[in-house]
Design a protein around this ligand. Structure first.
Ligand code: SF4
Length: 356
């Protein structure tokens, strides 16, 4: 038996706009992808070269999470953590193929949207970024290293967001030499007591496991980011404690992201738990004073503040962005050439974007 998603859960995900891929993966169009497709604002990850209209937000572990974070917009489901012993995992290439296909289906409606330039729509049909962050804990997926390889083999960037509770999966990535383009470790508190209240871990020794993951970060050559989700009245305390985590793991970047009062979290937290950008910047400044990291950028729309280890790291980041652009241009030239040929052969009739 491997049908774990109960009918009501499936309905809830479909109502939320998810497209289900295989037995345990899903795609949902990010709000910034929609915004970018209408010529609007792109997400703050543009700092790392993401062009939001070409980004797939997906998960290979729908409904599998080993934390029950107080600030999470998702419902905390009973038994959400137990992975059935006879569970069958889909293979990585099918998940990525299925995710690209699902993204195209979900975005098809923008083709006729007068606010969407045709060029942007066509580019969106050829995604260049995969954010492995939609739902659940991705490191629970046993073939994560292959999944990341599949993404990168298609010339796409792979952003992995983990809560750090599965350090052996990160060790496996290092051992196999498969690094995500961006490795995010979300750390929900400056110390074990606040962590227990904030993350409500469903797995034993979770704090120790997260610390093990932090100790692995210096070994990664790709972009490593510690992400702190700031919730006033809960974990927005003890900046020195957060600074110690930064000094311990030496990430290339630190992001402080303001909690947003949405979804199921509204039943657990007051709206006043949302910090302002100014409050987040103040908190970031105190971490910067202790660690020596530079307060580099802020994004008001997402209420995010970035600290960077030093100026060399920032210049290195810009070089990576440039390299990604060059790769995208060469990959895009392929489908653009096919498009031109198709139009020439078909006297301008619009093609069906099946080229990948
Ligand atoms: S990187 Fe994240 S926020 Fe940006 S478009 Fe992709 S899923 Fe959305």
């Amino acid at each position: 038996m491997d049908q774990r998603l109960l009918p009501e859960a499936v309905k809830r995900y479909l109502r939320a706009g998810y497209a289900l891929v295989g037995r345990h993966s899903a795609v949902e169009v990010c709000r910034w992808t929609r915004s970018a497709l209408k010529g609007g604002y792109m997400c703050y990850k543009r700092w790392y070269g993401v062009r939001s209209h070409r980004c797939i937000q997906m998960t290979p572990v729908l409904n599998f999470c080993n934390f029950a974070c107080t600030f999470c917009w998702r419902p905390h489901l009973e038994g959400r953590f137990e992975i059935p012993s006879d569970w069958t995992w889909d293979n990585p290439s099918e998940i990525i193929e299925g995710s690209v296909y699902a993204q195209r289906r979900l975005l098809a409606g923008f083709k006729g949207n007068s606010q969407t330039p045709k060029e942007l729509f066509l580019e969106a049909m050829f995604p260049r970024h995969v954010a492995i962050s939609l739902d659940g804990e991705p490191a629970l997926y046993p073939r994560l290293s292959e999944l990341i390889s599949e993404v990168k083999a298609r010339g796409m960037t792979a952003f992995l967001v983990t809560n750090g509770s599965v350090p052996y999966r990160l060790e496996e990535l290092l051992r196999k030499g498969v690094e995500p383009t961006n490795l995010y470790v979300s750390v929900y508190a400056p110390n074990p007591d606040v962590f227990a209240k904030t993350a409500n871990p469903l797995t034993p020794k979770a704090w120790d496991l997260v610390m093990e993951s932090l100790d692995l970060l210096p070994e990664f050559s790709s972009r490593t980011i510690l992400r702190f989700t700031m919730v006033k009245g809960l974990n927005m305390t003890d900046p020195e404690g957060y600074a110690k985590l930064v000094e311990r793991s030496q990430p290339k970047f630190v992001e402080l992201k303001g909690y947003t009062w949405v979804g199921e979290s509204q039943k657990r937290l007051p709206i006043t738990a949302m910090p302002t950008l100014a409050e987040i910047e103040d908190f970031a400044r105190r971490i910067s004073e202790v660690t020596g990291y530079n307060l580099k950028l802020s994004d008001a729309k997402s209420r995010v503040v970035m600290l960077v280890r030093d100026e060399d790291t920032w210049l290195w980041n810009l070089k990576l962005v440039e390299e990604q652009r060059l790769l995208e241009a060469s990959l895009d030239s392929e489908w653009k050439a096919k498009l031109r040929d198709f139009r020439l052969k078909n006297h301008g009739k619009p093609p069906i974007p099946v080229l990948i």
